[in-house]
Write a protein that binds this ligand. Structure first.
Ligand code: AMP
Length: 283
């Protein structure tokens, strides 16, 4: 696997690489990331993963400095997944001193994580646009775990990078249901146990849905009740939204995305479940 640290190195590699699948990450890689790389290898033959903790998507009070960084273990995981290259730029390489322009992600970025983390998706859209321009992939892979991020990137690609296909990949979970996340590393053993209630809440909503419930307020209420049973989990929001526009559902609908954000100890965790639609049907 080639380890590329500069834009010039990526461009030289890209010029002779053929069809390429890009997997953007912030590192501290786990089997969720690995599933994206494996899909990229399967689809395109040549996967490049980026590892970059992007400062512009963190607010000053967030965990940019504390975010786990473990380059050697990440390279080992990427090698095992048969990635052809890792792009591991410095902050200066991605944001040359004096460069201040940013990408506006549009209305899809306004609710949910965009409301809870002002400016977050400007940082995401900006760094993904840079990665698209540097790597020029044929396909880029993003996880459903960050569902709104996937939709932000799909909208941006449709409008600004129509030759790049953006593929959403299902959430990889631990055996007990906890969605895999680099931020799970912040949890103590007890907190990790408490955090299970997020996936339990989503599963309860899914069961209601399978029994025919379509009232979005009932779905939200069910998740709130389940998650509320663990007082050490502090719920930030529960949403049942249209999976295309991400606007909150006010009336029964044939498909929905139910999303949660909650704090557990030092970690801020998010999770979601698609109802009545598969991730592969959204583009
Ligand atoms: P991150 O390193 O957290 O920025 O994530 C990089 C990519 O991996 C994003 O597209 C995430 O949605 C995706 N990802 C993170 N966790 C998971 C998971 N548990 N299952 C599937 N994809 C994931």
């Amino acid at each position: 696997m080639k380890i590329l640290r500069t834009v010039a190195e990526v461009r030289a590699w890209r010029a002779i690489a053929g069809r390429v699948g890009l997997v953007p990450t912030m590192g501290a890689l786990h089997p969720g990331h690995r599933s994206l790389v494996e899909r990229a290898v399967r689809d395109t033959g040549t996967a490049i993963a980026s590892i970059f903790v992007n400062p512009t998507q963190f607010a000053p009070n967030e965990d940019f400095s504390a975010y786990p960084r473990r380059e050697e273990a990440d390279f080992a995981l990427l090698e095992r997944a048969n990635a052809a290259a890792a792009f591991v730029p410095s902050v200066e390489e991605m944001y040359p001193p004096g460069e201040t322009t940013r990408v506006d992600p549009g209305p899809i970025a306004a609710p949910l994580e965009g409301a809870a983390r002002p400016g977050h998706f400007v940082g995401v859209a900006t760094v993904v646009a840079k990665l698209f321009e540097i790597v020029d992939p044929n396909v880029a892979y993003f996880g459903q775990k960050d569902f709104q991020q996937l939709r932000v990137v799909q909208a941006m690609a449709r409008e600004r990078y129509p030759r790049i296909k953006v593929v959403g990949c299902p959430i990889v979970r631990e055996l007990d249901g906890l969605a895999m996340s680099s931020r799970n590393a912040y949890l103590t053993i007890d907190e990790r146990h408490d955090a299970l209630v997020l996936s339990h809440g989503l599963r309860a909503a899914q069961e209601l849905w399978q029994n025919g419930e379509r009232d979005p307020e009932r779905l939200r209420g069910e998740v709130r009740e389940v998650v509320g049973s663990v007082p050490r989990v502090s719920l930030e929001y529960v949403s049942a939204a249209d999976p295309v526009t991400l606007t909150e559902l006010r009336a029964p609908a044939p498909r929905a995305v139910v999303s949660i954000a909650a704090r557990v100890g030092k970690a801020r965790l998010i999770d979601n479940e698609l109802l009545g639609v598969e991730i592969s049907e959204l583009s």
